[in-house]
Design a protein around this ligand. Structure first.
Ligand SMILES: N[C@@H](CCC(=O)N[C@@H](CS)C(=O)NCC(=O)O)C(=O)O
Length: 251
């Protein structure tokens, strides 16, 4: 059984998958794509993932895309160290929680990420090159064109931060309801894995706006102390490690 993961070190969606593979101690070949150089838009990769995004998992020739789907797939084919509760009620809660992550925190985190980390690279491009790059993105064309080479306006940034804040508040309520320490209770689940990269990203960008929510503070400490965390966040996975200009800001 061989796993090959096409991903990017700093990609939040990729980090979900690496965390699950590492928890299950599954060896995998890691193909690192350079997203700023457009590796995800090359013809060979688009054959695997027509959305032109990472991650993509190749499991002995079976191609699985979308980070949520990949983590669910891995939990089905490798049930050891399961991230899916046995109890049908908890399973239902998990299934309800997963679309929430992809609707609220996951897209919201892209706004500060692009404005703070990636914008300087886009600003170095000519207008023509930037538009051509944006137009070549099957999934993110409009997002890129809205950001443009001046970045998202303050109102958009504030709205993204507000959506993230609502996500932390929701986590706090869910931990209170489940009894914690994880979102669904005693055991870590795919719901925790799905939201993890958003909080790690915001912490790295020095926007950890959950310090008044002690249950979320404890949750964050717990996930950072999980044995899969360090191998998942190897050097270069945090934006401050990759983009020196961010280190100056967050110091
Ligand atoms: N819903 C997809 C989203 C994948 C996605 O947006 N990946 C980002 C990195 S986290 C990407 O590849 N971006 C490249 C681009 O925008 O060109 C998933 O969870 O797999």
């Amino acid at each position: 059984m061989a796993y090959k993961l096409y991903n990017a070190p700093q990609s939040t969606c990729s980090q979900r998958v690496r965390f699950v593979l590492n928890t299950k101690n599954l060896p995998f070949d890691e193909v690192k794509l350079n997203l700023l150089e457009g590796d995800q838009l090359k013809a060979d990769y688009l054959k695997l993932n027509p959305n032109g995004v990472v991650p993509t998992l190749d499991h002995d020739g079976a191609i699985v895309t979308n980070s949520t789907v990949i983590t669910e797939y891995l939990d089905e084919v490798e049930p050891e160290a399961s991230f899916t509760p046995e109890d049908p009620v908890l399973r239902a809660r998990l299934r309800a929680r997963m679309p929430f992550q992809d609707a609220l925190p996951a897209p919201a985190v892209r706004v500060p990420t692009f404005n703070l980390a990636f914008l300087p690279s886009f600003q170095k491009m000519s207008r023509e090159d930037f538009v051509a790059m944006a137009e070549s993105k099957p999934l993110r064309k409009e997002f890129m064109l809205t950001m443009g080479q001046t970045g998202f306006p303050k109102a958009e940034m504030d709205a993204a931060l507000a959506r993230l804040r609502r996500s932390y508040e929701r986590m706090d309520l869910e931990i209170a309801k489940s009894g914690g320490p994880w979102l669904l209770g005693r055991d870590i689940s795919l719901a925790d894995v799905a939201v993890m990269p958003a909080l790690v990203r915001m912490y790295d960008l020095n926007f950890a706006d959950w310090q008044d929510l002690p249950r979320v503070v404890t949750w964050f400490d717990n996930i950072r102390n999980h044995p899969a965390f360090v191998p998942t966040y190897y050097h270069g996975s945090l934006l401050t490690e990759r983009f020196p200009h961010l280190r100056e800001k967050s110091a």
